[in-house]
Design a protein around this ligand. Structure first.
Ligand code: OAK
Length: 811
């Protein structure tokens, strides 16, 4: 049987027997049946992978992350299995277009932004490179909220990604774990005079795993993403039920289920909520138990082999409690001495830092810690004493200030546990996510730790999977690349450098730019459908997509747009190529200024888009509900990529890599991975502007005063003052004043005004470059050609060589 006919048969089978559908053409049911049919192939490979990997001596990396932004799985899995075309034909035989079917699936949006999407790219690369790996996280009932706009303001509604089931996941009740929490400690005297502690927890949760297969591209491996769902330990209170108290009979279940109910929607902001703390502990405890259980199934109780077979990577500090849970299990359940447990712990754990923003650095209040996890806090004290007395005091004798600075506990005011310190002390490697970020982690965040542990702090520059972010999302460009590059470039992205010598070739330039235009036509249609705004595909599509955050400076982009509008009103024949500014961004529901920025962009967009005086030279669109599947439509259509964070604030960025790979030119600051992108493509093929990290520091040190820019720069003044009028919000002056207020009275913490002129100049240069068609085509081709470094396969191999020391596991 051909692949096409076997897929067709499997779809029909699932439609009839799994879903009990007749031959009606229900697209949702067809999507599910198709996914189930493909999942059959996946499960076969999964079983074979398990058989190969579950053997003594096979080292596995366990990736612990509170977030995974997976997006949709059907099209990705088809591409990775190299059966997309066969499936397309099979589905057509049944009367459907595969692209339409793929649109049916919900995004798996179990993450907020960069950190969660990075985790998803890394899982793809690990499976592609045949590395044994398990991802661990939470099976949130509701992922990141859905965003819509009402009169320009963000409205959030719950995400119901698995309301009617999800065809890829399988529940594994046989691997459920019991997780104790709260309660108290009982101390007992031992015969040798020492004391021992026994934790008497008062609550027990049950963690039930759901497994999602992770299909490698063109590889033998299907790994697993294991997500924990919380349930009550004992199901139902029959006593209450029999007494007629039906609602309370469910009480415990409802409480227990809240633990995995919803993803916290804060990006890079620690709100310090008890439920979030329990989420972290719950998934870490489940995962540690699972890792140990798996080790024992394969090795018996041979702890000698544990460190040889196990690496645990902490995706930021969110899973830090895994360190304390591992210590607790070793000491209290396996009778390890503290020293032996700590030695093993340090061999196994490594930690990735994803931000320098102080508001994102997690610190948990000590009373909260003590109430929820009394035994873990006791163990933390032991680690801290050991660290302060045997490491800090040895390096810096009699230095109380240093003790206080490095202690795992912050004193003064409310006492707090510093999660990042615990990570750095426990991990054998700590990495930042781009060269400059890792340098700042060493210099500014942890200089003393760098001195104490030479060589522990390192860098692994982020990457993105070229499978999802080029091959699958930009099929036309992919086909063109495959015509010119004989290697399997989706695996070996460096091979795209072969295009460099063709960057001036007129035929390639035309084909490349024709494809860009076709992608822009498709996005223009999407824009019209979702916002009603008509945009001209011949205009420059200038895109900023990322979470809404002051440091990412959507408001710098916004102020420049208002300035362009003003210039056009003053001079309608201003020479500029038509431009469409396109935004996609969600704001954390409690982040007031971020929401005001969304509102301001929407209000200004409304005015500009309906102003006939400017002859369609300027349009502004804010696409609602930015998410992975929308990014897949926007990125292939971008001419310009806005990467304009204040230097030193964006750890790496990964959208910058995706956009450049798809032939967009970056306008960006010398921040995060922009610096490495500039190194790869060369200064002629990127628009760099703004103050550098050193200049930002100097400006702040000399007492940055935004008012000087406001008073001395006529355009800045005119634009900010304009926002106070009711021009954009008829009858309601001051509706858009929040931005001005934050930039002037608020002190402009992210130096928007200091970078404004340089940003405006860079846009001017960009506009001129675009009008030279050949020059632009050359630059765009070179961006695609020279992104090889940013393949997440390279990142993963860096982790393997510098941190994990694992090997591919193949037949
Ligand atoms: C989110 C919550 C807490 C701490 C960090 C984050 C986060 O998403 N950080 C982002 O991580 C990405 C992946 O490393 C980087 O590319 C972004 O620059 C960084 O902001």
């Amino acid at each position: 049987m051909t692949k096409r006919s076997s897929i067709k048969k499997a779809i029909e089978h699932h439609l009839k027997f799994t879903l009990a559908h007749s031959k009606d053409k229900n697209p949702e049911a067809f999507w599910k049946a198709t996914s189930l049919a493909i999942n059959d192939i996946v499960v076969d490979k999964l079983t074979a992978t398990r058989e190969r990997q579950d053997k003594p001596g096979v080292k596995t990396v366990n990736y612990l992350s509170l977030e995974y932004l997976m997006g949709r799985l059907l099209s990705n899995n088809l591409h990775n299995l190299s059966i997309y075309q066969e499936a397309e034909k099979a589905v057509k035989d049944l009367g459907f277009e595969l692209t339409d079917l793929c649109e049916q699936g919900a995004d798996l949006a179990l993450g907020n932004g960069g950190l969660g999407r990075l985790a998803a790219c890394f899982l793809d690369s690990l499976a592609t490179l045949d590395y044994p790996a398990t991802g661990y996280g939470i099976h949130y009932q509701h992922g990141l909220f859905k965003q819509s706009f009402a009169d320009g303001r963000q409205v959030e509604t719950p995400d119901l990604w698995r309301e009617f089931g999800s065809p890829w996941e399988v529940c594994r009740p046989e691997s459920a774990q019991l997780i104790p929490l709260y309660g108290h400690i009982e101390h007992a005297a031992n015969a040798d005079g020492s004391t021992s502690s026994k934790w008497q927890p008062s609550v027990t949760l049950k963690g039930v795993p759901w497994d999602i297969p992770i299909v490698g591209y063109n590889s033998e491996t299907v790994n697993v993403l294991r997500l924990w769902e919380s349930r009550a330990d004992q199901a139902f209170d029959w006593d209450l039920f029999n007494k007629g108290d039906f609602l309370n009979a469910h009480g415990k279940n409802i409480q227990a289920e809240t633990v995995s109910k919803v993803l916290y929607p804060n990006d890079e902001h620690d709100a310090g909520k008890e439920l979030r703390f329990i989420q972290q502990y719950f998934f870490c405890a489940c995962s540690i138990k699972d890792i140990i259980a798996r080790h024992q199934t394969i090795n018996g109780v041979d702890w000698q082999a544990f460190a040889k077979d196990t690496a645990i990577q902490l995706n930021d500090t969110h899973p830090t409690i895994a360190i304390l849970e591992f210590m607790r299990v070793l000491m209290d359940e396996y009778q390890f001495s503290y020293t032996d447990a700590w030695t093993l712990c340090r061999e196994v754990f490594a930690y990735t830092n994803h931000t320098l923003l102080p508001e994102a650095l997690e610190k948990w209040s000590l009373p909260l810690f003590e109430r929820v996890l009394p035994r873990h806090l006791e163990i933390l004290y032991i680690i801290n004493e050991d660290f302060l007395n045997n490491e800090v005091a040895v390096k810096w004798p009699n230095d109380n200030a240093m003790r206080a600075k490095l202690s795992l506990i912050e004193e003064g005011g409310e006492r707090k546990v510093r999660m990042a310190h615990l990570c750095v002390v426990a991990a054998h490697k700590v990495n930042g996510v781009a060269e400059i970020h890792s340098k700042l982690v060493k210099q500014d965040l942890f200089p003393e730790f760098d001195a104490l542990y030479p060589g522990k702090l390192t860098n692994v520059t982020n990457g993105i999977t070229p499978r999802r972010w080029l091959k699958a999302c930009n099929p036309k460009l992919s086909a063109l690349l495959s015509k010119h590059i004989k290697e399997d470039w989706a695996k070996d992205l460096d091979s795209l450098a072969g295009l460099e010598k063709l960057a001036d070739d007129a035929k390639l330039q035309k084909a490349f730019m024709d494809i860009k235009l076709e992608n822009k036509v498709a996005l223009a249609q999407e824009i019209q459908e979702s916002t009603g705004v008509r945009v001209n595909p011949e205009a420059i599509f200038d895109i900023q997509i990322k979470r809404l955050h002051e440091y990412k400076r959507q408001h710098l982009n916004f102020i420049h747009i208002v300035a362009l509008y003003r210039r056009l009103l003053e001079n309608p024949s201003l020479e500029m190529h038509p431009r469409v500014f396109i935004f996609g961004a969600k704001a954390a529901p409690g982040y007031h200024l971020a929401k005001e920025i969304i509102y301001a962009i929407n209000k200004v967009a409304d005015k500009i888009n309906n102003d006939t005086r400017i002859q369609d030279k300027l349009k502004v669109v804010f696409l609602p509900n930015y998410r992975v599947s929308l990014a897949e439509k926007m990125i292939p259509a971008a001419d310009v990529s806005e990467q304009i964070s204040t230097a030193g604030k964006e750890a790496s960025g990964t959208g910058n890599m995706k956009l450049a790979l798809n032939g967009a030119l970056t306008i960006g600051t010398l921040d995060g991975a922009n610096i490495e992108i500039a190194e790869e493509v060369g200064d002629d093929n990127i628009f760099i502007f703004g103050n550098t990290v050193e200049q930002v520091k100097a400006l702040k040190a000399q007492g940055y005063n935004p008012y000087t820019y406001y008073e001395q720069h006529a355009e800045i003044k005119a634009v900010l003052d304009w926002l106070d009028t009711d021009y954009f919000t008829p009858g309601k002056p001051y509706e858009l004043s929040a931005i001005k207020h934050s930039l002037l009275d608020g002190g402009d913490p992210y130096l928007v005004l200091a970078d404004y002129q340089s940003y405006s100049d860079a846009h001017q240069a960009l506009d001129e470059a675009y009008r030279d068609k050949k020059r632009w085509a050359r630059m765009a081709i070179l961006n695609t050609a020279l992104m090889g470094k940013f393949n997440s396969d390279r990142s993963i191999n860096d982790y393997v060589n510098r941190i994990w020391q694992i090997k591919p596991c193949v037949k």
